[in-house]
Write a protein that binds this ligand. Sequence first.
Ligand SMILES: C[S@@+](CC[C@H](N)C(=O)[O-])C[C@H]1O[C@@H](n2cnc3c(N)ncnc32)[C@H](O)[C@@H]1O
Length: 239
Amino acid sequence: MEVLDGLPPDHPDAIRSRRDLRRVHHAMGTRGIVLRGLRAMTARHPKARPLRVLEIGAGDGSLMLGVAQALTPSWSGVDLTLLDRQALIDPRTIAHYSEVGWAVTQEVGDVLDWAADLGGNAVHAPWDLIVANLFLHHFEGAQLDSILRFVAHKSLGFFACEPHRNWLALAGSHLIGAIGVNHVTREDSVLSVHAGFNGHELSALWPHQGKLWNVQEYSAGLFSHCLRAERTGLTGLNG
Ligand SMILES: C[S@@+](CC[C@H](N)C(=O)[O-])C[C@H]1O[C@@H](n2cnc3c(N)ncnc32)[C@H](O)[C@@H]1O
């Protein structure tokens, strides 16, 4: 468990550490990595209806806001749901989303509860796209399996950007104090890299459901590791 997960949400060190995440994303180049991933996945999405996007473990929603602003004006009219177990989204952030034409719904809840309630085994995909940033590495074993099963049942595409577990990212995590983050963020950065992913670890866990999914796993930037899964055929996001 990371240090932040053990602190009350309103603890000053927790508030500061959540704010630090913006600096961490800047250092990791996360926004550009997510942008490239999403653009590639939705290139042929029919414009006839809004894209329905769910971010799991969305935090304060600021990372996706940066993505939304960079996608303007080519993407407008996105229906975005931000799910987190804490209510962290500032009303000003929601207002900024509406400025770029994205309608935001905030859901406060545990992704594991959502995952436990699949509603039978039939695939029903209310989301065109599910996105996870610095989130999957919080889970392992049966919990991670259940989140991936939920995502594969409920979406046409999934994009995750997680810490890359290698020596460079580990060295970077030990030096992260240089960007002015607090002790919680410094400790959690190292823990995150240890809990991160490498090689084809995420694809190996992906519930393929036969050959319905095209799955790519790759390192991105200096410190990130991504999974891109797209449902293939006529029912897919790009189909
Ligand atoms: C490292 S932060 C990442 C936030 C955001 N995705 C970003 O990249 O800026 C992880 C987030 O996951 C949330 N989280 C952790 N476990 C969760 C769970 N079981 N269900 C929903 N959210 C969870 C935390 O509250 C936190 O906001």
